[in-house]
Write a protein that binds this ligand. Sequence first.
Ligand code: RIB
Length: 315
Amino acid sequence: MDAHVVVLGSANLDVTLTVAHVPAAGETVLTPTAPLRAAGGKGLNQAIAAARTGGAQVTLVGAVGDDGDGRFLADRLSAAGVHPMLRLDRTRATGLALVLLEPGGENRIVVASGANLALDDITPAEAREVGVADVLLMPAETPVAGLVEAARAARANGTLVVLNAAPVPARVADLVPFVDVLVVNESEALAVLTLLAPDEAVGDLGAPPHEDAVAERLTGWFGTVVVTLGGRGVLWARPGEATHRVAAFDVPVVDTTGAGDTFCGALAAALATGVDAAAAIGRGVAASALAVQRPGASSAVPTRAEVDALLATRR
Ligand code: RIB
């Protein structure tokens, strides 16, 4: 039977505006570049990344409004080979993300959550879907109450739970009992640690806190901690081991939007197919190195063959 990944997370219409610089307070910035409208949202991006880069069946548990944007997102998921298990929220519009993209590929994003807010619980059918998965992958753009219910259903059925704490939920402590793998960037790692251990978070970890020390400390709560470091690659840690590092590929960066999502999706698909943590993280690094060379988020996700080809250059 095929490996099975369930992603629980947001689906947004991304509207990307390319700007020379992001506006300062009170400033208006004009851009001659046409807006790019594309399927996005951390949940949708991660589901598409898992489907395209891995050998797993993928379901996205999400929610959209009863509108054209929602139908567009469902179509994009199906076209990418993802089973869209989407609730229809008749009271809110489909999520919308405004992405400001600067030269060099850095971005600033504002999300109007809309229908994503409907995911504050889990239906019996969604719990069953989670329970038969090999891996449950959860970014954190949807309400934490729903994440906790899904993670509990996963844990009860032996499904591996991967939490991408982006953005960091204020109630991240509620998820700790159910999470096997935590994926965060540097600032999120420190934010999670501060929420879990406010008194000891920064005190003895250096100034600024040393990234290895932060990752190691987080293994007190999570079995595997993966910290993405952008152009510096990835740092990961397990309890009782020295930290490990995977170097980034040296590639030209066009757009970093969704690069972390591509990493998470590729990682989850690899874990679901039985690949060990080190190799799964390596696949994530290669997949995101390909994604940053293209515009957009889900539209930038590479294929499995492209990831294999890039990894072969390292052997
Ligand atoms: O991680 C990138 C994503 O964040 C975008 O696609 C946008 O929708 C926001 O959710």
